[in-house]
Write a protein that binds this ligand. Structure first.
Ligand code: H2U
Ligand code: ZN
Length: 345
């Protein structure tokens, strides 16, 4: 009889339709509880050299507002541009298409030294409010059919600046990771008359083995099909297609779960925990999207300590995503961590 806590198996990612290989027997060696003292580098509240700090000049010339909560501007080195001329190439196997878009940068706080887990919930709420505003105004534009809000945190994730910030890339086509989720959610909705993630959240709230944190309106969990060792998702407890549908109370609950989850991340290895995170929500293509259930993904690269990174190479790059520690073990560890940030302990 297969024991999923012991034997190699594959798990189905219902959200993408892909499979992940799990090899729990390899993670049997006891946990060292290793937390390296990487000694936290204290940063100044204001850094005259930082291109995101209030009042400073950015690399390409413009000067930031003297902002006192959040601040948003169009990326000076945008990967997508709104005025790209239309055009298409279709020569047999060779296909290409012009892409229009807008890239924005969001400063989460005027404080150079803070990160989300160290910010007050009411200040994170202002970040949520700005996300909503940007999602709605960018999404309202005719040529914008998808708005990707994301955060790259930590230099291992290629983040260029420790000042707390995130990005938005809004564009005319649907990006590939989102397209996979649309296909799966649509199929499930057509077959069951219910949103896939609505069913999933109900299942997880019943099983409880993969939960990390919950408040009245949101839950943070390690998805059953997680690929990265400490991959998590934040989901609302009711079906909401986009952040624009959140009530004021739910926006605050979202800020709260974002903080609670990232505190536990930082407390895992006593380090400012790096990750790429982003919100997946209904496309802004003017269509109805009854299949959509908004959520936020967190993909952290760390494995066993502040310095041991999981590389998706070899078999993973050529054949299939794979993990050792099970989703349930990861959830256990994250759940058991203090909700008081290590810097304040
Ligand atoms: P990271 O999340 O990778 O750190 O991105 C920060 C963004 O800020 C990056 O996309 C932009 C970069 O293009 N940027 C500006 O728009 N102006 C600047 O003066 C420097 C960086
Ligand atoms: Zn700064």
């Amino acid at each position: 009889m297969i024991d999923f806590t012991e034997h190699p198996h594959r798990r189905y990612n219902a959200l993408t339709g892909e499979w992940v290989m799990v090899s729990p027997h390899r993670a049997k060696r006891p946990w060292q509880g290793q937390t390296e003292d990487t000694g936290f580098v204290s940063r100044p509240i204001y850094d005259p050299e930082c291109y995101l700090c209030p009042g400073n000049q950015r690399a390409s010339g413009p000067v930031n507002d003297n902002y006192d909560s959040t601040f948003v501007f169009t990326n000076d080195f945008s990967a997508l541009l709104p005025d790209t001329p239309p055009g298409e190439l279709k020569e047999g196997l060779l296909q290409a298409k012009a892409e229009q878009g807008i890239c924005r940068v969001i400063c989460f706080s005027p404080r150079h030294d803070l990160t989300i887990p160290e910010m007050e919930v009411e200040d994170i709420r202002k970040v949520v409010d700005l996300w909503v505003k940007e999602y709605v105004t960018l999404g309202d534009k005719d040529f914008i059919n998808h708005v990707q809000i994301f955060e790259n945190k930590g230099s291992v994730m290629g983040c260029s600046n420790p000042h707390p910030h995130g990005q938005i890339w809004a564009q005319s086509s649907i990006p590939v990771e989102v397209e996979k989720e649309i296909i799966q959610q649509k199929k499930y909705y057509l077959e069951n008359g219910k949103a896939l993630l609505e069913e999933y959240v109900e299942t997880e709230l019943k099983e409880r083995t993969r939960l990390v944190f919950e408040n009245g309106a949101f839950v943070a969990l390690v998805p059953f099909w997680a690929t990265w060792p400490f991959e998590t998702m934040i989901l609302p407890k009711r079906k909401v297609a986009s952040i624009a549908e959140l009530t004021p109370m739910e926006r605050t609950a979202f800020a709260d779960v974002y903080k609670e989850l990232t505190i536990r991340y930082d407390n895992l290895f006593n380090v400012s925990f790096p990750y790429s995170a982003g919100i997946h929500q209904a496309p802004t293509d003017g269509e109805e999207h009854p299949e959509w259930y908004m959520h936020m993904h967190f993909y952290p690269p760390l494995l066993r300590s502040a310095t041991v990174k999981k590389f998706m190479v070899g078999y993973e790059m050529l054949a299939n995503a794979q993990r050792d520690i099970t989703a349930e073990q990861s959830a256990d560890r994250l759940r058991s961590l203090s909700n008081l940030h290590y810097k304040f302990q």
